[in-house]
Design a protein around this ligand. Sequence first.
Ligand SMILES: *[C@@H]1O[C@H](CO)[C@@H](O)[C@H](O)[C@H]1NC(C)=O
Ligand SMILES: *[C@@H]1O[C@H](CO)[C@@H](O)[C@H](O)[C@H]1NC(C)=O
Length: 306
Amino acid sequence: MRSSVIAALLTLATPVVVVAWGGLGHRTVGYLAEKHLTDEAKSLFDTLLANDQGFDYSDAAVWADAIKQRMPWTRPLHFINPVNDNPPKKCDVVWPTDCPDEGCVVSATFNYTSILLNTDSDLEDRKNATMFVMHLIGDIHQPLHASGWERGGNDFKPICWKHSPPSGDDHCTGSINLHEIWDKHILHKLRGLPISLDKSREKAAAAQWADDLFGRQQAAAIYASSECTRLNNEKCILQWTTASNKLVCSNVLKRGLKWMAENDLSEEYFDDNWEVVDDQIGKAGLRLGAWMNAIAAATSGRNRDL
Ligand SMILES: *[C@@H]1O[C@H](CO)[C@@H](O)[C@H](O)[C@H]1NC(C)=O
Ligand SMILES: *[C@@H]1O[C@H](CO)[C@@H](O)[C@H](O)[C@H]1NC(C)=O
């Protein structure tokens, strides 16, 4: 069985397209979750993700973006577009009406969790399900993945962003949009990184951010064991999604659209929002770890044949 996992992972050695929380954010969530795993969960997921390609938890967390082109039906699974919210005045997620038949980030997280809980599922299905869950719990925590406003901010452009320091990239006249600012630009500036990073620098930067976040969580006695882990319904997933959606009203659009269109968002807007991003990445990694621990505990003793 293990050789089929390795064969499937061989196809992943191609360069990863950077979208959604960007590689840095998703990789940090993957590494942080790994730090929160119980021994039992670590052993289960090490086995499900086993390969000889140097493919680690951070690579698993970006996989769902890399396969979007090959599996286009998975695209709508990365977000939810609440129909009735009207930020910044009104932010709300209505379940289940806000999730269309083709699926959304809430139903998909639940769906792939169910596949993982079924130890009769095909091993490759469980491996893919692991990688989806690792990615989608990250996406839920990006506020603009929990909002349909301007297609999650993709249509709010151009944005002025002068990333100073360290590289002085000037995108003030470019075509970047607000979604990208929240996927990537705030994160790179917050970590003192240039916008473009090769894969090995991105992984190293993510590992360091995960170390920082884990250290701060331990110091504040924030443990995975106190997180919401109802695996058999959408309750926890919806709670996280609703909180993320509310951030669009309280933070993402707080300054108003006119102000945002006229200012370099790498200045005051960055100062307003970097702590929100740091906090959301921390919560995503913690909750993903808790979720994986709960899956391992719920299937305990039934994973023997892996
Ligand atoms: C659930 O997962 C299966 C297997 O990948 C997929 O065929 C189905 O479309 C998924 N449904 C949703 C709502 O994500
Ligand atoms: C798992 O993902 C790979 C892409 O990496 C895809 O080719 C394969 O069909 C998927 N397997 C299942 C069972 O969905």
